[in-house]
Design a protein around this ligand. Sequence first.
Ligand SMILES: [Zn+2]
Ligand SMILES: [Zn+2]
Length: 215
Amino acid sequence: MKTSNVNVWFTCEIATDHKWLMPLQEAFKQISSPDDRLSCPCCAGLKVCASNCLENVRPDLAGMWSFEKNVEAGLKDGPGGVLAKSDGMFWVENGEGRVWEVKVRKAVGTPGLPIPPPLPVPPPAPKPEVEEKKITEVPAPTPAPISAPAPAPLHSPTSPEEDKKWKQKFTKTINALKFASGFKAIMGLGFGKKKKKPTEIKFESGDEGEEKGRA
Ligand SMILES: [Zn+2]
Ligand SMILES: [Zn+2]
């Protein structure tokens, strides 16, 4: 009896959907005694079934299944055809229009639902060009600080001869000023009153009046 090319269905007692097909000859190789058991590929996480698929292990995560993107990625059997232990990726989408890829095993092992990756920072919007009429303001000239003229330096003789010379010059200057002011004073007082004086003198003299009265 030939057994080598016969494929036989086997089942596992863990779950009814743990079924697999394998060559009978291969099965005999694994079993050498009646107590031996075949290794269930479903229990080993090698074959997807109801108890190890994403759909049943994490129904909340399976609810984020992006059908369009996963079909494009070749996952045509839906979340029921994906091993929860898979190292592969699958696409999820949230209710806010975000669609992104996650690793099956990592997403299944992480409590809660995956959060979308941060959005790329949009480039800064170009600033509306507002033509600013630049008024070229001529800066008001800063007033120069009013500095009082430096007081004339007082005479500080460096030698007795120099001191004497300076004193002579000073006296000359003072005398010249005295003369000038005195002259002015003479001009002012002298001629101005002399013009009036003759009339006063005439009025006060009384000689003529007496003479006129007598006449
Ligand atoms: Zn099993
Ligand atoms: Zn399944």
